[in-house]
Every structure is written in structure tokens, then in C-alpha cells.
Design a protein around this ligand. Structure first.
Ligand SMILES: [Zn+2]
Length: 208
């Protein structure tokens, strides 16, 4: 806890004071350009890896960066409501699904470990990846390759799930919103984007 307390003090002293006007401008409103959907994994810092400032990314995080398919429901739906708000109220221009390497959620789905670990809600949540898992398992690849395939296939499945939101589909067709699938490689910092024409993920932050 001390670490966090010294961190929030340091933030006020070193960051906020330095950029007082900027933070003051954020006080009453936000106009994020991008809805960034990623995993809850502690190793992913969306604003750090993208070099963006407060106010730019509207971030939705959950285990394995899943977008449940659109449905009308009276359940309490965190991810669905956050997406709805970002698209309809904040009118974001871009949506990024950012999956990542060594994803515990994808691995738990792939190996069906949530039940054994007594994580009933995680197990239920990961049922949303059942179709993805079945497709990947059917390919019978080496374990490490299978992990990556699961992580990548998950991103593609979530891109499709985004398009089940009527508002997103319509806005995409009108050219008002664009949707990207990213894969963040923890350790190398590489970000790969799924390029539809090529049918594969390609590094988009190549350095010389
Ligand atoms: Zn993850």
C-alpha cells in the first residue's frame, strides 16, 4: 500500500503540477477518440504502450478482452454498457480489441482450468470462448503455437462480436467508426494488427 500512496503523492507533485492547465481542461468533460478493449492483465498499460494522455482512451477491461455478443437483457452488464456508452454517448471514432501474449484467460479456456481452480464465475465468463477453443483445439498444434492461436483467434472473435452491436455495425458501414484487432506481445513490446486483406497479424510498430 505504501507504494501506491507514494505513487499518488508523486503524481500530484510531479505530473499534475507540471501540467496544471492540461489537467484543468479535463476537469469537466472527456472526448476520447478511441474505445480500447483489453484484458485485465496487470502487464498491459494502454496509455503507456500507446503514448496517449488522459482523456484519449476510453478503456474497457475484463478477463481475456471479451465482448459478449449484443443482446437486450436486464442483467447488469459491465462490458456491454461501457461499449454502448463509448459508442453512443462519447461517439468514439476507433475501437481497438487488444489481446496479448501469455493471456491467462485464453489459457484457462484452452485447458479448461477455471473449474479445477474453483473459479466458477471465471469459468462461466470463459464459456464465451468455447467456440474459439473448439476451433483451435481441432487444429492439433504444438502447445505453444496453440496458445498464440487461441489468443489471436480470440481477438478475431471479439471483432465479430463488436459487429453484433447494431450501432457499431451501422457506424462502421457509414465510415464513422473503424475497428482494429491488436495483439500486444509482452516482453518485446511488438504490437501486431490483424490485416484483413492478408488474413494475418502483422507488426505495426516495427523499429529500425
Ligand atoms: Zn489476458
Amino acid at each position: 500500500m505504501d507504494r501506491l500512496l507514494s505513487g499518488i503523492k508523486k503524481f500530484r507533485l510531479e505530473v499534475l503540477e507540471e501540467q496544471e492547465d492540461f489537467y484543468e481542461s479535463l476537469r469537466r468533460e472527456q472526448h476520447p477518440h478511441t474505445l480500447f478493449i483489453t484484458c485485465s492483465d496487470s502487464r498491459i498499460l494502454p496509455s503507456r504502450i500507446t503514448g496517449t494522455n488522459p482523456g484519449e482512451l476510453f478503456v474497457v477491461r475484463n478477463v481475456a478482452n471479451i465482448v459478449p455478443p449484443y443482446r437486450v437483457t436486464d442483467e447488469y452488464v459491465a462490458t456491454t454498457s461501457a461499449i454502448e456508452y463509448a459508442v453512443k454517448a462519447l461517439k468514439v471514432k476507433h475501437i481497438i480489441i487488444c489481446g496479448h501474449s501469455n493471456c491467462g484467460g485464453c489459457s484457462a479456456s484452452l485447458h479448461q482450468t477455471a473449474e479445477k481452480m474453483d473459479l466458477p464465475h471465471t469459468q462461466r465468463w470463459l464459456e464465451l470462448l468455447d467456440e474459439v477453443r473448439e476451433k483451435v483445439v481441432a487444429l492439433e498444434k504444438e502447445p505453444l503455437i496453440q496458445e498464440v492461436m487461441m489468443e489471436e483467434a480470440n481477438i478475431l472473435a471479439q471483432l465479430e462480436n463488436l459487429r453484433t452491436f447494431p450501432e457499431i455495425k451501422e457506424r462502421e458501414e457509414r465510415g464513422e467508426i473503424d475497428i482494429h484487432g491488436w495483439y500486444y506481445d509482452i516482453g518485446t513490446g511488438e504490437v501486431l494488427e490483424y490485416i484483413e486483406d492478408l488474413g494475418k497479424f502483422t507488426v505495426i510498430n516495427e523499429i529500425e
